[in-house]
Design a protein. Structure first.
Length: 395
């Protein structure tokens, strides 16, 4: 899959739809700058046609003309909910901010058409093509996004995609809005939509079954040109495909070109969670504190001898660090590494007295960590090392 793939960041829109969080203007600006500095070339700026705050931010980012390290001016897009009565005003307000694309959104599944929109397939198709023609007539690039695509009727989708492309849409979306598709089904649908529409396909996946990343990768493998993602997978309900994981997998496992500087990913994700006031789970792949933590002594010994024994991805590739937390299953290898980092184990020294002291420390470690209920800090390790030394002198 050695081809360019556009990763469209939705953290500044979908991320804010996560429960209990909001970003003020300054926080959004900081995060936007950090995203572009990391090489993210496409940003979704929210609903400027309905939100004054999003409108202000969209105007700012359009005026800022942010550039990635490789010289790309960031491409921005705004969401327009064309199923609402004020859809024309939304399009006009969005375009007035200077965004590059508008994404026209209308639910496509019978479930949503019946119980939420209270309209028919035929009415939805007619309204959608009308909105596309209006937006195109205003001189903008249009991506049409029929939400809940994976639960819509295939024959209706075929007619819908063809109609909106005929009306002028330059891109179309396949959205697993409820996160209910399997990778196999999602890939097949993307392939069909490419055939039906004849234009580049964009994908948007939710994580309700934990399949957002798998579905996004399946969609890209099936030929999708671009994909939505959010930092840390933040988003509505269980979230979306995590941008940092998507970029790493595409670049390192599939050989695709995203333009994203992988070494900036860990600081970027951590900044996002700090801006949102959230705690990043320590086990979170790529950016978590413990993503490259090794505890079992056999693992520590292996990593110290050759990191790839237990790491298919080097922490420095994604801006993270390796660490050896001390706990119940730690042993002499981990202790030696931690003591060495603290300057308490001279490199290259093979002293029998030190080795005896280390063995005593290893025996004390299990009871200490079990009584504490967590790993030993550097300060606690130093104190325990000194205590073991004191026991040796007393003998």
């Amino acid at each position: 899959m050695a081809r360019p793939v556009i990763i469209n960041d939705c953290t500044l829109r979908e991320g804010e739809q996560a429960a209990g969080v909001n970003l003020d203007f300054e926080a959004k600006c900081r995060l936007a700058r950090a995203l572009v500095a990391a090489g993210v070339r496409h940003l979704q700026v929210g609903y400027p046609g309905r939100s004054t705050a999003d409108e202000t931010f969209a105007r700012w980012i359009s005026g800022a003309a942010l550039r990635t390290p490789d010289g790309h001016t960031v491409v921005t897009e705004a969401i327009v909910q064309v199923f609402l009565d004020d859809w024309r005003e939304q399009i006009d307000r969005a375009l007035a901010t200077g965004v590059d694309w508008v994404v026209l959104m209308f639910p496509a599944s019978d479930l949503r058409l019946t119980y939420v929109q209270r309209t028919t397939r035929r009415q939805m198709l007619q309204h959608s093509t009308k909105a596309v023609r209006y937006a195109v007539g205003r001189g903008c690039h249009v991506r049409f996004s029929p939400t809940d695509t994976t639960r819509a009727h295939p024959a209706f989708l075929r007619d819908l995609y063809r109609a909106v492309v005929d009306a002028g849409a330059e891109r179309v979306t396949v959205a697993d809005t409820a996160g209910a598709a399997t990778p196999e089904v999602f890939a097949e649908l993307v392939s069909q939509v490419r055939e039906w529409s004849g234009v580049p396909v964009h994908i948007h996946c939710h994580n309700d079954f934990g399949l957002a990343l798998a579905n996004t990768l399946a969609g890209v493998r099936a030929g999708a040109a671009s994909a939505d993602a959010t930092l840390g997978g933040l988003g509505e309900r269980a979230g979306n495909a995590p941008l940092e994981q998507l970029a790493v997998v595409l670049e390192l496992l599939y050989g695709a070109e995203t333009g994203i500087e992988l070494a900036r990913l860990t600081p970027l994700v951590r900044q996002a969670f700090a801006e949102f006031g959230l705690q990043l789970p320590p086990w979170h792949p790529v950016a978590g504190r413990d993503a490259f933590a090794h505890k079992l002594d056999a693992h520590v010994l292996g990593v110290l001898r050759h990191p790839m024994v237990y790491e298919a991805l080097a922490p420095e590739q994604v801006g993270n660090t390796r660490r050896f937390p001390l706990g119940k299953y730690s042993g002499e290898a981990a202790l030696r590494a931690r003591l060495g980092a603290l300057g308490l184990w001279p490199e290259g020294i093979d002293d029998p007295a030190l080795r005896t002291r280390l063995a005593r420390l290893a025996r004390c470690l299990e009871s200490q960590t079990l009584s504490k209920g967590g790993e030993l800090s550097d300060e606690e390790l130093v104190s325990l090392w000194a205590a073991v030394d004191g026991e040796e002198e007393a003998r």
